[in-house]
Write a protein that binds this ligand. Structure first.
Ligand SMILES: Nc1ncnc2c1ncn2[C@@H]1O[C@H](COP(=O)(O)OP(=O)(O)O)[C@@H](O)[C@H]1O
Ligand SMILES: [Mg+2]
Length: 161
């Protein structure tokens, strides 16, 4: 996988764009760093990772609830957190739902369905960046998914083009 300096703000903006278009009534409280914060990664794969997390946050919460995405610089690295106040994941299912084609029992009746592949793919993408995803959830209350991405040296002018 090719890795290059990626401006995190751009990736996050691109990941959320289709959701803003599809669900203009949903509120996206975003905390974004200023332009110029770079991590080392694969821009398209990272965009896919954040799309899966946003997709879940929207799908497993309720129409008038806010979905949040925070991007925080952290000792040179960057921490991204996607959180919702939705149906949550039962404690006993937290590990399992990160495997391929696994879904939690409490999704039944809540949504129109899913393959159970998004979190698995997200974890694999994070792992290819030398990281993982970290799930915290309370059933009936909500979920937060965090990923920390490695820092990048300032890109050269050529890479900015
Ligand atoms: N934000 C969330 N809130 C509640 N449950 C979630 C959330 N994200 C993931 N899950 C649980 O983890 C399972 C796996 O997620 P995912 O791999 O994206 O598959 P899918 O969304 O297609 O079911 C989901 O089916 C659901 O049970
Ligand atoms: Mg999903």
């Amino acid at each position: 996988m090719d890795r290059e300096p990626v401006e995190i703000r751009r990736v996050v903006e691109r990941a959320r764009a289709p959701f803003r278009e599809l669900y203009p009534e949903r509120v996206y409280a975003m905390e974004l760093p200023h332009a110029g914060v770079f991590i080392t990664g694969h821009a398209l794969r990272l965009e896919a990772l954040f799309r899966h997390l946003l997709d879940n946050a929207i799908k497993y919460s309720f129409t008038d609830f806010t979905v949040r995405m925070a991007v925080t610089p952290l000792d040179g690295a960057v921490r991204i957190a996607v959180s919702d106040d939705g149906i949550g994941i039962p404690a006993g299912d937290l590990r399992r739902v990160q495997d391929a084609f696994r879904r939690s029992s409490n999704v039944r009746g809540h949504d129109a369905g899913g393959l159970g592949f998004g979190l698995y793919l997200s974890r694999r993408i994070a792992e290819r960046h030398g990281e993982s995803i970290y799930l915290e959830s309370r059933e009936g209350r909500g979920t937060i998914v965090r990923v920390v991405l490695p820092p990048s040296l300032a890109p050269t002018d050529a890479q900015c083009l």
